[in-house]
Design a protein around this ligand. Structure first.
Ligand code: MN
Ligand code: MN
Length: 302
């Protein structure tokens, strides 16, 4: 990794971390998630980065991939657990980080993922095995009296690539694959008192461009052309209901946008990210950092 790329990662990391902390302070009982999401994404842009994906604001048993819809009326309630998962990128170099905010009585659940993340980051160095990171997460969460979410994992990152190998499971599995110098990885433990796995919900709020294939609908064509600006990174349905999108010919109708999105997913032009819900509706907490693998690892989102 050259110095220029390293600097971009460090800047993206600093911005993502600042925004994560500011968002956690801003979130209050009664606040609409839509207002919080728009504020979070503006904070990323004001600091000179772009959102690497729509901010995920997943409440309670929803583990990930909830971002408010254009007409979303959900508000934070007393007793909620809110995961704030923020991504910032500079020229495609992504920092991915998350925090959980407690509006109830869930301190132990939050501590489980915070401690698991610290334990996992402590294992990172050149030559460390992926399995050792997973074991640190699994053992820490179970020792706290919770279970890790087995089908959500940490991941590698690359320029304009949000998920690549290695996958870093949150449950202890033998994996001797070694971390290599300058690999960029996101470590993201999830803990729950529920079943320990998530299932797809019917709701889809986040998409990414997958493959250029012929499409018939005029609206679908306009959407495909508009979303090229995200370079394959995930985008929100909400981002298609903006003035910027309408100036590019995206219809000013949620109904038409949804119809076109459905066509594009069916044709394999877009990839969809359904909201992920804990299988037994257990409360879920998450913590996440992005780390550059070195002998002295650089936690860019610290
Ligand atoms: Mn994340
Ligand atoms: Mn991630």
């Amino acid at each position: 990794m050259n110095d220029e790329v390293l600097e971009k990662y460090i800047k993206a990391g600093k911005i993502a971390a600042e925004v994560r902390e500011a968002s956690a302070k801003l979130a209050k009982v009664g606040m609409p998630l839509l207002e919080l999401a728009e504020t979070v994404e503006s904070m990323v842009r004001e600091r000179g980065a772009e959102p690497a994906f729509p901010v995920n604001l997943s409440l309670n048993e929803f583990a990930a991939h909830y971002t408010p819809q254009h007409n979303d009326e959900t508000k934070i309630s007393e007793g909620d657990v809110l995961k704030i998962d923020v991504g910032a990128h500079i020229d495609g170099y992504i920092a991915d980080t998350a925090i959980t905010v407690d509006f109830g009585n869930h301190a132990a659940l939050l501590k489980a993922t915070k401690d698991a993340l610290a334990a996992a980051v402590g294992v990172v160095k050149i030559g460390a095995a992926i399995g050792d990171i997973s074991r640190a997460i699994d053992e820490t969460i179970r020792a706290s009296g919770f279970v890790p979410v087995e089908n959500l994992t940490g991941h590698g990152l690359d320029q304009y690539v949000e998920h690549k190998e290695p996958s870093i499971p949150n449950i202890s599995l033998r994996n001797d694959t070694k971390l290599t110098e300058d690999q960029v990885i996101a470590i993201e433990p999830f803990a729950t008192g529920g079943a320990g796995h998530v299932k797809d919900s019917p709701e889809v709020m986040i998409f990414s461009f997958s493959a250029d294939k012929p499409v018939r609908g005029v609206d679908a064509k306009k959407i495909v052309s508009f979303v090229q600006r995200y370079n394959g990174l995930p985008f929100a349905e909400r981002w298609l209901m903006t003035e910027q999108a309408q100036n590019a010919g995206v219809p000013n109708s949620l109904f038409k946008v949804r119809l076109a999105l459905r066509e594009l997913v069916q044709r394999g032009v877009l990839y969809s990210y359904p909201v992920l819900r804990e299988a037994k509706a257990g409360m879920v907490s998450q913590a996440e950092h992005t780390v550059i693998v070195r002998d002295e690892p650089i936690i860019i989102t610290k």
